[in-house]
Design a protein around this ligand. Sequence first.
Ligand code: ADP
Ligand code: 5GP
Length: 204
Amino acid sequence: MSPLPDFLRPLVLSGPSGAGKSTLLQRLFAEFPDKFAFSVSHTTRSPRPGETDGKQYHFVSRDSFLQLIDQGAFIEHAEFSGNFYGTSFQAVNSISDLGRRCILDIEVQGVRQIKNTSLNPVYLFVSPPSLATLRSRLVARGTESQAAVDKRMKTALNEISYAKEPGPHDVVIVNDDLDRAYALFKKVALGEKPAGDVLPPLDD
Ligand code: ADP
Ligand code: 5GP
């Protein structure tokens, strides 16, 4: 079988919580309602205001999640900041028939697991311009308690140290100015191969 053209290879988006993954995705889906499909993960976290079951996530109990693990339902799954998250085979397979590009938004343990599958996606890392900006965006989003922000900032360091290893991602996008970052993101999503950004030091 010949390899998929880059446009149809799944796109795996990762990057610290608060880096701007959902913001970039929302813009993309609004501009191209028929070209892409989001891989809807399962999670045990509670929905945020404005989130709908089946759209951003399938919101499930811890027991249901553990049962799904036992049933082998997940391509990958991980515990992040006290909750489980996982990509089901169903979430990805239901997209492959649609002729749309499948986009996953997952954290680093999931990225590592996907690397051991036959999915063969394009890996895109969304980076904040600095740690201070990341924290202020997480706080400004207003979805997390102070303790949860602290926890996510700690976890961000794992995402960043993985991104600093040689070659884990095909492209890096620094989400400084949103319009600039989105223009680059759009190119990658549409299957072009732009040079991408250089990962900032992220040691502030
Ligand atoms: P993620 O999905 O990676 O956790 P979000 O997309 O929720 O991150 O973005 C975190 C917060 O930062 C949101 O409140 C969002 O509106 C804001 N944000 C995203 N990109 C930018 C940007 N380029 N400049 C300023 N604020 C941004
Ligand atoms: P949030 O709670 O902010 O929606 O997501 C927290 C983190 O979980 C983000 O880094 C997001 O990319 C990641 N995530 C969302 N769905 C999945 C998934 O199915 N698997 C993994 N491994 N991570 C996920």
